[in-house]
Design a protein around this ligand. Sequence first.
Ligand SMILES: C[S@@+](CC[C@H](N)C(=O)[O-])C[C@H]1O[C@@H](n2cnc3c(N)ncnc32)[C@H](O)[C@@H]1O
Length: 204
Amino acid sequence: MSSSDRGKWNRAAPRYESFAARAAEQRWARYKRKLFSGMQGKVLFLAAGTGLDFQFFPPGKTIVAIDVSEQMLRRAAPRARRYRGAIHLQQMNVGQLAFQDASFDQVYTSCTFCSVSEPLEGLRQIRRVLRPDGTLLMFEHTVSRWFPFNAMLHACTPLSRRFGPEMNRPTVRSVRQAGFEVRRVERHYLDVLKTIKARKPVPR
Ligand SMILES: C[S@@+](CC[C@H](N)C(=O)[O-])C[C@H]1O[C@@H](n2cnc3c(N)ncnc32)[C@H](O)[C@@H]1O
């Protein structure tokens, strides 16, 4: 998984902010700010991209932020330095997280699982590194439940996946499949975007 994800997103990095990010960041700011407002404890954030999400993090936190692409991380570094807290950037593939089991209280994702080639593998890794009863909080592009938007998303994905994200991922289902308990799903923009809150169950 890593070499193809890494190559694709390294190629996307120089034009990422012009084709996708800035306008979207304005529209999605309130959802992202709300999502990140609950940050507490040991936090893992993925994927950092060029660091556009950092402006929505509450101040004073200590966060480990990973991304598979060194070209994305290079652009994220100045934003990480400007954050009023500590963001530790690391190049890492979500499918091969180099952290011990149960080492985080919370994991946050932002437009990540539309972009990872093997989402289930990544979600299982997140489950491994979260402590029991820890939370997974996500803001994600997904397939819509509504026709014709779902058909449009299926139609544009063969093209979009060549340069960037897949627009038709069944991410809520994948989160359940990876062994999480889905606690809440908030649907935005005709269900094309979702805020998802899930919990790692405590073993009996
Ligand atoms: C659509 S961008 C989102 C970036 C940022 N969260 C934002 O909203 O601006 C997707 C990011 O996922 C990263 N990515 C893709 N596959 C990955 C993987 N297997 N492991 C870690 N990061 C990955 C890409 O490098 C890219 O930075």
